[in-house]
Structures are given as structure tokens and as C-alpha cells.
Ligand binder design. Structure first.
Ligand code: KIV
Ligand code: ZN
Length: 393
């Protein structure tokens, strides 16, 4: 098993399934372009059978972003298909012009999905997986298969389904926690069990695809990776169905920040993360919560006096990664009612004011009065306070 975790981005497919997240084809191309520049290994560009527009968007991404003439390191371009011939044909039609095309086909394997949604017996599911994976493989050499709702499937049945998929030609086996139900220990154990009990799995890449219904998508993804998965399926800003998918930025930065413990890396240029986050947020209209890990507006902001003082002495006191590594120009020390004298003095110096002790004391008093009334004290507020201080002693 190697130590590279492949990043499979599904912002344009599962992410676009977020309520209201629909993007136009030019917007999708723009997002695909930044994902390629960022270095994602696989770009799931859409679900071509869903609509003619989806097919067209995937085709253009395959031709314009995924063609070898554009860039020799261009990502694999993937199209999703249900395990039915028509979907697989549409997926192939859309991705075939890519330098590295992939068809991703899926079929549910949990008892609840098979009984109520598919109305299929286990034996029928096994037969359909064999037929449709081999059909997809007759068109394309890179086939991913997902047993949908694997997180709630009987593991013994999963081993059988995956064995059939491998024999039929699947090259990546993706294990989805479709409804975000599992706990990290459980999901890690599921991946470990699959690796130990599925014949021939060592010839394939095992992938994880987690949803965030219990806020555990990143933890589950990391548990799966620690158990041996070497592909993580993620979206920018964690957008996706219901509570969303695993966030790309969280997994990539966890692997990078804790690489000494984990011993794993990705091909991602992390400095593109903030730009991609903003682009996806603008195009989908889904704003990023301020306290969102890595890409939230407050992710590198410090307000309390104790933290600001620590940061001014040594950044590592309260920062586990430098903001520049994700494309944020610098840490921000937000001046508010929790800020202390050290941060105020530092800001005044950067604004060009070298105040003596007495002037600083007076300014600090007035700053605290203002900060009680105002959430953030801006540089303009400070300029006003200090000119009052200087000109009206
Ligand atoms: O969540 C899910 O099960 C999916 C599959 C199509 C992989 O998105
Ligand atoms: Zn999903």
C-alpha cells in the first residue's frame, strides 16, 4: 500500500446536488479549472444521464480540462452512472474525450435500499453488479464501483458484492457512508474488514465517500484512510446532499498538518484552497460559515487579548498551520472588546503611530469604551481615536 491519498473531488456532482447549488456550464468549467490547478487526482464532473446540460458540461470538462494537450498532469475525468446500461452509455459519451476517463457506477447494497428502493433480492444485486461493471469495463479501462449505503450494509454481503465487482473489472472500490450514519471507529473497522476479506482487493484502490449528517464526515474519512483507503471523495467547502460531504480542505490539511503521525500525503497545492472555496461559494450562492475549519472567515482570526498576545510573541502558540499555506495572505488579529494592549500597540505601530506610554494608556481606555459598543474596531476607528487623543489632550 502506498502513502499517497488520491483526492477525488465531487463538488461538481455530489456537491452540485446541494439544494440550490446548481451551476451553469461556464461556472462548472471555471471550478474544474481551479480543481485541476490545485492538483486533484480525479474530478467527478457530473452525472451525465441526469440531463442534457449535465452531459454537455461533463463533455466540455473532459475536452477542455481533461485533455492531455491542456496539461500532462491533467486529472482523471469521471462521470457518474447508475448500474444501468443507458446511464453508463451517457457517462462514457461524456468522458471519452478525456486523456484519462473514468466511469463511476453504483448500486445500493443495504437491506433497506434493496427492499424499498430497488425492490431487488441480494442475488439480483450481485447479478446486476457483474453485468454492469463488465459492461462499463468493455468501454473504459478505469472503472469505479460504489455499493451505495455501504455504511448500513451487511459487511459479509459487501465482501461478496465487491468480489463480484473486482472480477467484472472494477479498478477502484468506493465505500460510501451515504447517509452519514457511521461513527469513526465503525467506519474504520468496515474498511479494514473489506480490505481483509475481499479477494483481489489488493489490485484495486479502496476509496471512502462520507456524508456529514452527524458532523463526522472528516473524522470518518480519516478513519477510513487510516484503515487503508487511498482515495478520499470530497467537495470544496463540504457542500453536498443534506448536511454535505467531507470537505476537501479539512482532509487535505489534516493529512498535511499531522503528516508526522499519519505518514501520508496528497498531490494538492494547498495554496489554491481559499481561492477555490470563494469561487464555489460565489457560484453556488452557498456561503461559508465564519467558523468553518480552514476556509471560514474566522479560521485565522484571533480576538482575545491572551491569544493575540501569544500570537504576537510566537505564532505557533495559537496557530497549527500558517494561513499562507491555504492561500490566506496573513493571520488577522481582530480588534474587539477582548483584545489587549499588546495587540492595540502593534496595530498602532503598523498604522504609523509610535505612541508613548501615557498616550497608549489613554488610547487603550478609549478603545475599550468603543469596543464595548462596536463588534470590531476598524483601522479607521483607531485613526479617529488617536487623532482625538493627539489633538485634544
Ligand atoms: O453518497 C453516495 O452513496 C454517493 C454514491 C453515488 C457514491 O454519492
Ligand atoms: Zn454521496
Amino acid at each position: 500500500m502506498d502513502n499517497i491519498v488520491r483526492i477525488f473531488d465531487t463538488t461538481l456532482r455530489d456537491g452540485e446536488q446541494s439544494p440550490g447549488a446548481t451551476m451553469t456550464t461556464p461556472e462548472k468549467l471555471e471550478v474544474a479549472r481551479i480543481l485541476a490547478r490545485m492538483g486533484v487526482d480525479v474530478l467527478e464532473a457530473g452525472f451525465p444521464a441526469a440531463s442534457p446540460d449535465d452531459l454537455e458540461a461533463v463533455r466540455r470538462i473532459a475536452q477542455e480540462i481533461g485533455s492531455s494537450s491542456a496539461d500532462k498532469n491533467c486529472p482523471i475525468i469521471c462521470g457518474l452512472a447508475r448500474a444501468v446500461q443507458r446511464d453508463i452509455d451517457k457517462a462514457w459519451e461524456a468522458v471519452q474525450d478525456a486523456a484519462h476517463p473514468r466511469i463511476h457506477t453504483f448500486l445500493a447494497t443495504s437491506d433497506i435500499h434493496m427492499k424499498y428502493k430497488l425492490k431487488m433480492e441480494r442475488s439480483e444485486v450481485l447479478g446486476r453488479v457483474a453485468d454492469m461493471v463488465s459492461y462499463a469495463r468493455s468501454l473504459c479501462s478505469d472503472i469505479e464501483f460504489s455499493p451505495e449505503d455501504a455504511g448500513r450494509s451487511d459487511p459479509e454481503f459487501l465482501y461478496q458484492v465487491l468480489d463480484v465487482a473486482i472480477r467484472a473489472g472494477a479498478t477502484t472500490l468506493n465505500i460510501p457512508d451515504t447517509v452519514g450514519y457511521t461513527l469513526p471507529d465503525e467506519f474504520g473497522a468496515l474498511i479494514k474488514g473489506i480490505i481483509e476479506h475481499t479477494p483481489g482487493i489488493d489490485r484495486c484502490i479502496v476509496s471512502v465517500h462520507c456524508h456529514n449528517d452527524l458532523g463526522l464526515a472528516t473524522a470518518n474519512t480519516l478513519a477510513g484512510i487510516r484503515a487503508g483507503a487511498r482515495q478520499a471523495e470530497v467537495t470544496i467547502n463540504g457542500i453536498g446532499e443534506r448536511a454535505g460531504n467531507t470537505a476537501l480542505e479539512e482532509v487535505v490539511m489534516a493529512l498535511q498538518t499531522r503528516r508526522q503521525i499519519l505518514g501520508l500525503s496528497t498531490h494538492i497545492d494547498t495554496t489554491q484552497i481559499t481561492r477555490a472555496s470563494k469561487l464555489v461559494s460565489n457560484y453556488t450562492g452557498i456561503s461559508v460559515q465564519p467558523n468553518k475549519a480552514i476556509v471560514g472567515a474566522n479560521a485565522f482570526a484571533h480576538e482575545s487579548g491572551i491569544h493575540q498576545d501569544g500570537m504576537l510573541k510566537n505564532e505557533q502558540t495559537y496557530e497549527i498551520m500558517r494561513p499562507e499555506t491555504v492561500g490566506v495572505s496573513q493571520t488577522s488579529l481582530v480588534l474587539g472588546k477582548h483584545s489587549g494592549r499588546h495587540a492595540l500597540k502593534d496595530r498602532m505601530i503598523s498604522l504609523g503611530y509610535a505612541l508613548d506610554e501615557e498616550a497608549m494608556n489613554k488610547l487603550f481606555e478609549r478603545f475599550k469604551l468603543l469596543a464595548d459598543k462596536k463588534k470590531n474596531v476598524t483601522d479607521a476607528d483607531l485613526e479617529a481615536l488617536v487623532s482625538d487623543e493627539i489633538y485634544q489632550p
